[in-house]
Design a protein around this ligand. Structure first.
Ligand SMILES: *[C@@H]1O[C@H](CO)[C@@H](O)[C@H](O)[C@H]1NC(C)=O
Ligand SMILES: *[C@@H]1O[C@H](CO)[C@@H](O)[C@H](O)[C@H]1NC(C)=O
Length: 371
């Protein structure tokens, strides 16, 4: 009688764990990650076998004694950039009395095979005063060996150096070294609103974009009341608004000349950039945006029609979106979920979250059938 009940309990526990993992997976995409890394060297106050660690959204991971005496040397943690899951952790005993230069080389070999986009955290524990040059990962501190019992921590990403890169070293006995990074969601949630005169709620700032809920408007800037085609250029890695311009494509304003300036402007935008266009107030001059994926704008928009498009410089993205509304029926509002990691397709990003949820669901079904 005791036996079956015990096994049922454990099946239930596994189910709870899977369901929790699924919900954590979903959360990472929305809010981004807050990562803390602590490096603690011998002689630092509070030093012990687990005083070097990482926190991902407050969840601690340590290496502990694992494979190196007392976890000594360079500890490396690899995180999934979408959900913060710790995919792997390794320690390399870079104490000269331990693995020394050989361990340093193994560490560099290990980092080479890490997938593009992954978050990489390095913390030195106890002592790691062998040269480990982490400059390919953004470091400017580690071009020479750390000193004896110097603490050091770095948070970075495989691929281009991220805007949130951070590293720090502290002299022996003055650690632990603690750093943190707020890592934006790996998905940019973009919204574009185009509002034409006569649309309900029309005013000087009723056309705008939202990137992860942060609003950017053009306002009156250079065109009367921001009239015409407003263009926003976003960094495709972090959603930063790099530039914004308005072209007064009202025939009583800049007309065809403004339309041509807009097209010239888009031509020099760097490959990969996110381009958002919203028509504000009125923009009924032909601006053919078909080189950017549009199928609507091969003829001029009508008088006081609203129109919005979210696209990318280069090949038409899977998340491309555009929409037009008749006069007085706007504002036109569209959105796109844009993955920031080039190696991961839009479909795959959705799938990783979806798969975890489907697995949890399948498990529930299996458990129900089992009983
Ligand atoms: C070791 O240090 C960590 C953090 O600095 C602390 O949380 C933990 O309680 C300490 N462990 C022991 C066994 O003292
Ligand atoms: C203009 O419209 C926007 C959005 O539609 C709104 O948030 C804002 O408060 C309005 N401004 C004024 C001055 O009414």
């Amino acid at each position: 009688m005791v036996g079956p009940r015990t096994s049922g309990f454990w099946r239930w526990m596994v189910l709870v764990v899977i369901a929790t993992t699924a919900s954590v997976t979903g959360q990472g995409d929305q809010n981004g990650l807050f990562v803390v890394a602590q490096s603690s060297a011998e002689e630092d106050p509070g030093f012990n076998v687990t005083s070097s660690y990482i926190l991902v959204n407050n969840q601690k991971t340590v290496i502990g004694q694992n494979s190196s005496p007392f976890g000594r040397g360079h500890q490396v943690f690899i995180l999934n950039e979408q959900n913060g899951q710790v995919l792997d952790k390794m320690v390399f005993d870079t104490d000269p009395d331990g693995g020394g230069a050989e361990a340093a080389q193994r560490l560099l070999d290990y980092l080479k095979i890490v997938q593009e986009g992954r978050i990489i955290i390095v913390v030195v524990h106890d002592n790691g005063n062998t040269l480990v040059n982490l400059s390919p990962y953004g470091s400017t501190i580690t071009t020479t060996a750390l000193g004896f019992r110097v603490s050091y921590a770095m948070i970075t990403q495989k691929g281009p150096k991220p805007s949130w890169f951070v590293e720090k070293r502290s002299a022996a006995g003055t650690g632990p070294t603690r750093i943190d990074a707020s890592i934006p969601p790996a998905i940019l949630n973009t919204v574009a609103q185009s509002s034409a005169e006569e649309d309900p709620g029309f005013n000087v700032t009723s056309s705008y974009i939202l990137v992860n809920n942060q609003k950017t408007v053009i306002g009156q800037n250079s065109s009367p009341f921001g009239r015409g085609h407003q263009v926003f250029i976003l960094n495709e890695q972090n959603g930063q608004v790099l530039d914004k311009m308005v072209f007064d494509t009202d025939p009583d304003g800049g007309g065809a000349e403004a339309a041509q300036r807009l097209l010239d402007y888009l031509k020099i935008v760097q490959e990969g950039r996110i381009i958002i266009v919203v028509v504000h107030d009125n923009g009924n001059t032909l601006v053919n945006l078909s080189p950017y994926g549009s199928t609507i704008t091969t003829t001029a928009l009508g008088f006081r029609q609203s129109y919005a498009m979210i696209t990318q410089k280069g090949p038409k993205p899977s998340w491309f979106v555009e929409k037009r509304s008749a006069a007085r029926t706007g504002p036109t509002r569209i959105d796109a979920s844009i993955p920031t990691v080039p190696t991961t397709s839009a479909a795959a990003v959705g799938t990783s979250v979806g798969v975890a949820r489907i697995m949890a669901l399948m498990f529930v079904t299996a458990v129900l059938v089992w009983y």
